[in-house]
Design a protein around this ligand. Structure first.
Ligand code: IMP
Ligand code: MG
Length: 192
């Protein structure tokens, strides 16, 4: 294994696998700043709770939260969907539940990506049953044209083509989450 000396070197180690950078680090930060502005305006005076869906959303959550200029609280849920690595089955299992009681909280569910929308649909139904004061969604990415269920997503960063992407929290087989940009992988990179 090659020595890892700096962050740049570490990201470089993924370079041979990257097909195309879809969204640069600067574009992501610019968009999150805009979303943070909007959220700050919309939630002024409320009891805002950001709920991140692990593991993918932890990067979005960390950056987005710092663009929201309001007092807020954090909580996390971990879910896993059964099925192949690059497809969603829609069957969701809760691996870690929230620490917070949602009653009276203004809950903003933070997602990395909405693909089929099945995970989100399940989570929204589950969270709504806990009687929050309000429940909305902020997603960095939404794949166009393939949502299997109609979903009302209040804050969307970027609409992207329905290709598998990695980086900025998103993984393939648990790798690439620490890339600061969103990219597609070369077909060879899926080979293992
Ligand atoms: P959905 O239920 O099909 O909307 O997919 C939800 C989850 O699948 C996301 O939160 C991601 O963890 C994962 N996922 C969907 N599309 C991608 C992708 O392009 N790259 C990496 N993970 C993805
Ligand atoms: Mg994943």
């Amino acid at each position: 294994m090659a020595a890892v000396s700096t962050l740049t070197d570490y990201v470089q180690a993924y370079q041979p696998d990257i097909e195309r950078v879809l969204i640069s680090s600067e574009e992501i930060q610019g968009k999150l700043a805009e979303m943070g502005e909007q959220i700050s305006a919309d939630y002024e005076g409320s009891s805002l709770l950001l709920v991140g869906v692990l593991k993918g959303a932890f990067v979005v959550m960390a950056d987005l939260a710092r663009y929201v200029r309001l007092p807020l609280e954090f909580d996390f849920m971990a879910v896993s969907s059964y099925g192949a690595a690059t497809k969603t089955s829609g069957v969701v299992r809760i691996l870690k539940d929230l620490d917070h009681d949602l009653e009276g909280m203004d809950v903003l569910l933070v997602e990395d990506i909405v693909d089929s929308g099945l995970t989100l649909k399940y989570l929204l139904k589950n969270l709504a049953a806990r009687k929050p004061a309000s429940l909305e969604v902020a997603a960095l990415l939404r794949k166009t044209g393939i949502q299997k269920v109609p979903l009302d997503i209040r804050y969307v960063g970027f609409d992207i083509p329905p290709d598998f992407v990695v980086g900025y929290g998103l993984d393939f087989a648990e790798r690439y989450r620490n890339l600061p940009y969103i990219a597609t992988l070369k077909p060879e990179a899926y080979g293992g």
